[in-house]
Design a protein around this ligand. Structure first.
Ligand code: PLP
Length: 423
C-alpha cells in the first residue's frame, strides 16, 4: 500500500497509480513468476507460437463464465487494446459484407486512450487540442449517464435513462444506422467524468438499441474492470452482455504492461466464417513475461477472494467518504462503486458552478493530500466545455479499514485546507 520516495518520505497509494495496483506493490509471488518465465522463455512471436502462460491466463479469465466471451488477445496497454477493439469491430462488419459501416458513437466525458483512434472516440478535449484535424473523422459523442451534471430537475432515473437512450437512437438514425460500426462506452466512467455509475437499466437499454440496428457494443473496462467495482467485469452488475470488452490496468496489477481484448463468440464466428483471423497484431502481444505477471496477479485475485473483498471494502469506503467529507462545502458529489470512487468539487454547491479552471482546485487537493502522505488521482473532466475538478480513489483491494480511515481523514484535511484558500 505504500510508496517509499527518494526524499525518505512514504505515501499511501490510495489510487493504485491510476487504478492499476490491485494487489498492492512488491508482491514476491508475482516477481518470482516473472523471473521463472523469463528463465523459461522470455519472448516468442505469436505468429508462430503460443505459450502456456498466455493460454492459462485466457482460460483463467474466460472459462466457465456465462457471458459468451470466448477469446482473449493480450496486448500492451489500454490505448492499444481500444484500437484493436475498434479494428475488430470494423472487421466483423467487413467479414459480413456490411462494409459501409465506418462510424463509431461514443460519449461526452469519456476516456478511451491517447493513440489516434482511441483519442478520437475519447472526449478528453484538452488532450485533443494539438491534433485537431488528425483524428479519425467518423465519430460522434452523445450525453453520458452522468446524473450530477445531466439529469434535469424533477427527472426520475427512468426518465433520464429513457432520454439518453432516445438520444442514442436518434444519433444512430442521424448517422444512418447501417453506417455505424459500434457504440463504445465505459460501464463506470473513469478518469474523465470520475466514477460515474449509470442508472439501473441504462446499459441494458443501450444493448437493445444497438441490437435493433446490428451495431456492436464495445465496453471499455480498462479502468473499471478486473474486479475494481466488486465484480470481475463491471458489466456483470448491469445485466448486459457486450460484444467486445477491453481491460488493462488491473490485469497485470502494475507488475507488467498488459491489456486484454475479450471477444464474444458471435464476433469470433463472423471471423471464422470469413477470413479466419483478426487482421491485426503487435510484436509484443501476449508477451510471456507480462502474461506470467498477469497470471500470478489473477491467481492471487481469485485465490484470496479479492473481488469480494473489493466489494466489501467499497461499502466501508463509501461510508467513510460520506461521513468525513460531510463538512466540506466544496464537495458537490461523491460517487462510485466497489473501490472506485470520485469526489467532485464545485465552487457553489447549490448551483454546481465549477471552480475557476486556473485555480486547478482538484490538482491542489491532490498535491495537499500527497504532502500529507496519501496519493489520490486527479481527474481531468470538462463540464460544458469548462474544466471541472474531481479526485479519484482506487486503492488496492488489499486495503485495510484502518488505511481507509487514514485516507479519508487525510482527504478531508486536504480539501479543508484548499477551501480555506479558494472558497
Ligand atoms: N480506456 C480507459 C477507460 C482508460 O481509463 C484508459 C486510461 O486511463 C485507457 C483506455 C487508455 O489506457 P492506457 O493509458 O494504458 O493507454
Amino acid at each position: 500500500m505504500h510508496l517509499h520516495l527518494s526524499n525518505g518520505r512514504a505515501a499511501t497509494d490510495a489510487c493504485g497509480g491510476a487504478a492499476v495496483a490491485i494487489i498492492g506493490h512488491g508482491n514476491q509471488e508475482v516477481q518470482n513468476a516473472m523471473i521463472k518465465q523469463a528463465q523459461k522463455v522470455s519472448y516468442v512471436h505469436t505468429q508462430s507460437y503460443s505459450t502456456p502462460v498466455a493460454e492459462e491466463l485466457a482460460d483463467l479469465i474466460l472459462d466457465g463464465t456465462p457471458h459468451g466471451l470466448e477469446k482473449a488477445l493480450f496486448l500492451g496497454g489500454g490505448s492499444e487494446v481500444v484500437e484493436a477493439a475498434m479494428k475488430l469491430a470494423r472487421q466483423y462488419h467487413f467479414e459480413r459484407n456490411d462494409a459501409d459501416r465506418m462510424h463509431f458513437v461514443s460519449r461526452k466525458q469519456s476516456y478511451h486512450g491517447n493513440t489516434m483512434a482511441s483519442m478520437s472516440v475519447s472526449s478528453n478535449l484538452a488532450r485533443k487540442v494539438p491534433y485537431k484535424g488528425f483524428e479519425y473523422p467518423h465519430v460522434s459523442h452523445v450525453t453520458p449517464p452522468y446524473a450530477y451534471r445531466y439529469k434535469m430537475d424533477g427527472e426520475t432515473d427512468a426518465q433520464f435513462t429513457d432520454r439518453l437512450l432516445r438520444e442514442l437512437e436518434d444519433e444512430f438514425l442521424r448517422v444512418g444506422p447501417s453506417k455505424v460500426i459500434a457504440f463504445i462506452a465505459e460501464p463506470i466512467i473513469g478518469a474523465t467524468a470520475g466514477c460515474v455509475v449509470p442508472p439501473a437499466g441504462y446499459l441494458a437499454g443501450v444493448r437493445k438499441v444497438c441490437d435493433k440496428y446490428g451495431i456492436l457494443l464495445i465496453l471499455d473496462e480498462v479502468m473499471c474492470g478486473t474486479g475494481r467495482t466488486g465484480t470481475f467485469f463491471a458489466f456483470e452488475q448491469e445485466h448486459v452482455v457486450p460484444d467486445i470488452v477491453t481491460a488493462a490496468k488491473g490485469l497485470g496489477g502494475g507488475y507488467a504492461a498488459i491489456a486484454g481484448l475479450y471477444v464474444h463468440g458471435r464476433v469470433i464466428d463472423a471471423l471464422r466464417q470469413g477470413s479466419q483471423a483478426l487482421n491485426h497484431g503487435h510484436t509484443y502481444q501476449a508477451h510471456p513475461v507480462s502474461c506470467a505477471a498477469a497470471l500470478a496477479v489473477q491467481k492471487i485475485l481469485k485465490g484470496d477472494g479479492l473481488v469480494d473483498r473489493c466489494r466489501e471494502m467499497g461499502v466501508v469506503l463509501e461510508k467513510l467518504l460520506r461521513s468525513e467529507l460531510a463538512e466540506c462545502k466544496s464537495v458537490g458529489d461523491i460517487r462510485g462503486r466497489g473501490l472506485f470512487w470520485a469526489v467532485e468539487f464545485v465552487r457553489d454547491g447549490a448551483t454546481k458552478e465549477c471552480f475557476d479552471p486556473s485555480i486547478g482546485f482538484g490538482a491542489k487537493v491532490t498535491q495537499a493530500s500527497f504532502e500529507k502522505g496519501v496519493a489520490v488521482y486527479p481527474g481531468a473532466g470538462t463540464v460544458d466545455g469548462v474544466k471541472g475538478d474531481h479526485v479519484l480513489l482506487a486503492p488496492p483491494y488489499t486495503v485495510t479499514e484502518e488505511e481507509l480511515v487514514t485516507i479519508c481523514r487525510t482527504l478531508k484535511e486536504s480539501v479543508l485546507s484548499q477551501e480555506a484558500q479558494y472558497l
